[in-house]
Design a protein around this ligand. Structure first.
Ligand SMILES: Cc1cc2nc3c(=O)[nH]c(=O)nc-3n(C[C@H](O)[C@H](O)[C@H](O)COP(=O)(O)OP(=O)(O)OC[C@H]3O[C@@H](n4cnc5c(N)ncnc54)[C@H](O)[C@@H]3O)c2cc1C
Length: 555
């Protein structure tokens, strides 16, 4: 082994939320310890990276360890910071980059009550509720950690009728969704199905709070109430522990390759799976496909439904497992699908170095948003924040900018912008509209015309895109302007396979499988129009899972 200086050395590198600092200790010949001494990552999301990456570096005496999937930015931050620390200890990276073997996985045939494909929000809640109802579940998850897209979620739960948070808002909520859909929705949804699920969400919420052993709080009162009892990653970890503690099986790093159906063509016997150790079969009384949507790497499919997306860069925040694998498996098994999935809108995403996410986005409702032609195209203070992302999808511009009046914007946020290096893909500051346009590579005359037109609308209190007078604040530029690069974000997809009220999969002839279920983002067409609504996934997908588990136990 190559020589190192003995002692503890620090290194620092960018993670997801800022720099991660590590302290790497050597005895002169080996790496004996790696500790995280500073980090600003989203709570719980990087937990497995903080645990596994240092352990693996010390175990394998190598910095060529794999990132933890679903926490890749955090993983890379730890690895890069460790590399820096190792170099500070006099190490040559080439000597410390030996390939690392993959952790062992098991490939043996299994028989369980409920075979679950995918260990995201839906798969985990399905397994937990199966256990609560006396059934034995097995989850097969293609990533090395469970959680799927839900690991990144805020944990918002649109709850109705929960005893623990005492609320009852079903009519308000359904009416609000109907009102939302009058603001530019192009796609139909099934309000009765939504009502049916929402009516059961309170009980699901209370049961999940018990499983997680946490304290619920109402996090938002308007326009509809949602409660939180932990961030997505916290709930994921709690569910994983509950499942393992109660004899449920979770097989990570394993993919489903086929749904097995018997000669009747109506009954699933289980599925075929594959991992590094080989191929095997899972046999079960019920099969649940919970492999999520198809937002990752499937833009060509989404463009068919929304052609304007062709040129649009979409910040995809969903888990890399969100690939639509389950669609292919279900198609092969003879399932019937809705035409065309669409992106599930997220809040706006800004240039990466700004580290602004949906959770801490500055108020853009009094600014203007322009496309690559320097034109406004929508009301920037829409009915609901997520309508704006959808407007960006439909507009189809390859780049967008939010333009603020420097003197009128939030001054704390302004300081944050001033700390950035100017970059048209992040933020620029200018003394005049003309200068701003030049820095953003927009047509100066067009931007001047847009700003002048907007200021006129502010003076009249009347806007061509319907922005209300309270948000019409002129851009005078007394202290200049800021232009921020922004693009739509996506949390996944809406669409998928057809199911009935029992969540059984419909076949191409209109009949239904008798034990093959598709839950969660796999089958969301009925539950959403063009607008995704925060808190509805956790509420409705986990409720689907609970209802299926209870029905399976009753039969
Ligand atoms: C940033 C962000 C914030 C969000 N915030 C909220 C919120 O606060 N409240 C809320 O209700 N919703 C929220 N959501 C939405 C919510 O997280 C998703 O809708 C939800 O996770 C979907 O659950 P799912 O189990 O259907 O799919 P996923 O969570 O995507 O899980 C699917 C799983 O299946 C696995 N898989 C895929 N193919 C295979 C295969 N062939 N074999 C085995 N496994 C496979 C994937 O790896 C993945 O782990 C948020 C989403 C994001 C991205």
């Amino acid at each position: 082994m190559a020589k190192l200086q003995k002692g503890t050395f620090t290194g620092q590198a960018g993670g997801h939320g800022g720099d991660i600092k590590v302290a790497l200790t050597t005895d002169g010949e080996h790496i004996t310890d790696v500790k995280i001494v500073e980090q600003h990552e989203t709570p719980h999301v990087g937990d497995n990276a903080f645990k596994w990456i240092p352990e693996r570096i010390v175990h394998y005496q190598s910095l060529a360890v794999d990132a933890v999937s679903g926490a890749s930015f955090t993983s890379r931050g730890i690895i890069n910071a460790s590399k820096q620390a190792l170099q500070a200890a006099g190490g040559d990276l080439a000597d410390w980059s030996q390939p690392v073997p993959k952790p062992p996985v098991v490939a043996k045939d299994q028989t369980v009550d409920v075979a679950i494909a995918g260990g995201g929000l839906t798969g985990l809640t399905m397994a937990a509720f199966a256990i609560k109802n006396g059934l034995k579940p097995l989850i097969v998850e293609k990533n090395d950690q469970v959680g799927g897209s839900f690991r990144y979620a805020a944990g918002a739960f649109a709850t109705v009728g929960s005893k623990k948070v005492a609320d009852n808002q079903i009519d308000d909520l359904i009416n609000w969704v109907k009102e939302l859909n009058t603001h530019g929705a192009k796609k139909e949804m099934d309000y009765d199905f939504l009502r049916y699920l929402e009516e059961h969400t309170g009980e699901t919420f209370d049961e999940l709070v018990d499983i997680a052993g946490s304290k619920p709080q109402i996090a938002q009162e308007a326009p509809y109430k949602f409660a939180v009892f932990g961030g997505g990653a916290f709930i994921v970890n709690a569910l994983e522990k509950y499942i393992k503690d109660h004899g449920g099986l979770i097989l990570p790093d394993t993919v489903i390759t086929r749904i097995n159906v018997d000669e009747s063509g109506k009954h699933a016997t289980g599925f075929a799976a594959r991992n590094a150790a080989g191929c095997f079969t899972v046999t079960a009384k019920a099969v649940v496909i919970a492999t999520g949507g198809e937002s990752y790497g499937h833009k060509e499919d989404l463009v068919k439904t929304t052609p304007s997306l062709e040129k649009v860069h979409v910040f995809n925040e969903a888990n890399p497992g969100n690939t639509g694998d389950g669609y292919g498996l279900l198609k092969e098994a003879g399932a019937s699908f809705y035409e065309g999935n669409i992106y599930k809108n997220a809040f706006l995403d800004f240039g990466w170095p700004l580290r602004i996410s949906y959770a801490n986005v500055p108020d853009y409702s009094k600014a203007i948003v322009v496309n690559d032609q320097a034109k406004r195209f929508t009301n920037e203070a829409p009915f609901f924040a997520l309508n704006l992302t959808t407007a960006l999808y439909y507009e189809g511009s390859p780049r967008y900018y939010v333009i603020y009046d420097a003197a009128k914007m939030d001054q704390t946020f302004r300081k944050k912008l001033d700390a950035q290096k100017e970059d048209p893909k992040v933020v620029v500051h200018a003394g005049s509209v003309k200068e701003l346009a030049e820095k953003l590579d927009l047509d100066p005359a067009a931007l001047e015309q847009t700003v002048a037109g907007y200021n006129e609308a502010c003076a009249k209190g009347e806007d061509e895109f319907g922005k209300d007078a309270a948000h019409l604040e002129s851009l005078d530029g007394a202290d200049g302007y800021y232009g921020l690069y922004t693009m739509p974000g996506s949390w996944g997809t809406i669409g998928g396979v057809k199911i009935n009220r029992d969540m059984l999969v419909e076949q191409t002839d209109g009949s239904f499988f008798d034990n093959l279920y598709a839950l969660g983002e796999m089958s969301t067409n009925e539950l959403f129009s063009d607008f995704y609504i925060a808190g509805f996934s956790l509420a409705n997908y986990s409720t689907e899972a609970r209802l299926v588990a209870e029905r399976l136990a009753a039969n």
